[in-house]
Design a protein around this ligand. Structure first.
Ligand SMILES: NC(=O)c1ccc[n+]([C@@H]2O[C@H](COP(=O)([O-])OP(=O)(O)OC[C@H]3O[C@@H](n4cnc5c(N)ncnc54)[C@H](OP(=O)(O)O)[C@@H]3O)[C@@H](O)[C@H]2O)c1
Length: 234
C-alpha cells in the first residue's frame, strides 16, 4: 500500500481525532489540523503516532490561513486526500439562532470546507489524483428540528460536492460524502451523551468505515455513505 498525505480538519477531538488515529495507524501521514493543535500533539504522542501525525494550526473560517497552509504543504508534502470534518451546530430553533451563530455555522461547515477544497484542487488536478472526503450528516437527508442552519450548511456542502464529483471525474479525483447519524462526541451535550450514549455510534466506528471507503479498489468509489445507529436516529 502506498502511504499518502492526508489533511484532516477538526482533528482535536471526536470523529476528526478518530480519523487521524485510524489513518496514521494504517501508515499514512496525517496533517491533523484544528484550532487547538496542542491537543493533537498530546494524543499523537500518547498513541506513539508522532512519526505519522503532523499537527497544524488551522481555523477553517480563516480563508487566508487555508490558502497559506495548502501552499506550504504543496511545496513539501502535497496532500492526496482532504477530509473536511470540522463542524459545529447549535441545537436551537431557527428563531433562537443569533445572526452570529448562523454565520459561524455556515462559515465553518460550508464555506470552510469549500475554501479548503478550492485551495487544494489545483494541485490535485495537476497530479491527476486525489480524494475529497466530507463528513456531512444524516441531517442533510432527513428533517430534524433544532438544526435548521446546521442542515442547510450540510446540504449545501453535499450538493456542492455532488456537482464537484462530476467535474472531477476526468481528473481521477474521487469525492466521498459521509452522512453519519448520532455519534458519541462532544458535539452532543453531556446530558444527551449520558442518556443516549449507549445507542450512539462511536467516532472509531465512523473512522473505520471512512478508511475502508478510502482504501477501496482503484476501479470504484463509494460516493455517498449513510451511517445510522442500529436503533435509529435520536
Ligand atoms: N457527532 C455526531 O453525532 C455527528 C453526526 C453527523 C455528523 N457529524 C459531523 O462530524 C464532524 C465532527 O463532529 P464531532 O461530532 O466529532 O464534533 P466535536 O467532537 O465537537 O469536534 C468538532 C471538531 O471541529 C473542530 N472545529 C470546530 N470549529 C472549527 C474551526 N473554525 N476551525 C477548525 N476546526 C474547528 C474542533 O476543533 P477545535 O475546536 O480544536 O478547533 C473539533 O476538533 C462535524 O462536521 C459534524 O457536523 C457529527
Amino acid at each position: 500500500m502506498l502511504k499518502k498525505n492526508i489533511l484532516v480538519t477538526g482533528a482535536s477531538k471526536g470523529i476528526g481525532k478518530a480519523l487521524t488515529i485510524k489513518f496514521a495507524r494504517e501508515g499514512h501521514f496525517v496533517y491533523a489540523t484544528s484550532r487547538s493543535i496542542e491537543i493533537v500533539g498530546e494524543y499523537a504522542e500518547e498513541k506513539k503516532l508522532t512519526p505519522n501525525i503532523f499537527p497544524q494550526a488551522l481555523d477553517v473560517t480563516n480563508r487566508e490561513a487555508i490558502i497559506e497552509l495548502v501552499a506550504k504543504l504543496e511545496k513539501t508534502s502535497p496532500i492526496y486526500c482532504v477530509i473536511n470534518n470540522a463542524g459545529i451546530t447549535s441545537f436551537r430553533k431557527a428563531e433562537h439562532d443569533t445572526f452570529e451563530t448562523i454565520e459561524d455555522i455556515v462559515n465553518t461547515n460550508l464555506l470552510g470546507a469549500i475554501n479548503l477544497i478550492k485551495a487544494s484542487l489545483p494541485g490535485m488536478i495537476e497530479r491527476k489524483s486525489g480524494a475529497i472526503i466530507n463528513i456531512i450528516s444524516v441531517a442533510a437527508d432527513k428533517v430534524f428540528t433544532n438544526s435548521s442552519i446546521y442542515a442547510a450548511s450540510k446540504i449545501g456542502l453535499q450538493t456542492y460536492s455532488k456537482v464537484l464529483r462530476e467535474e472531477l471525474r476526468e481528473h481521477n479525483i474521487q469525492v466521498i460524502n459521509v452522512l453519519p447519524g448520532a455519534t458519541k462526541t462532544e458535539i452532543w451535550s453531556e446530558e444527551m451523551r449520558e442518556q443516549f450514549g449507549d445507542r450512539m455510534m462511536t467516532p472509531e466506528d465512523i473512522a473505520d468505515v471512512v478508511f475502508n471507503a478510502f482504501e477501496m479498489s482503484d476501479k470504484l468509489v463509494q460516493e455517498e455513505i449513510i451511517l445510522r445507529p442500529k436503533l435509529g436516529d435520536l
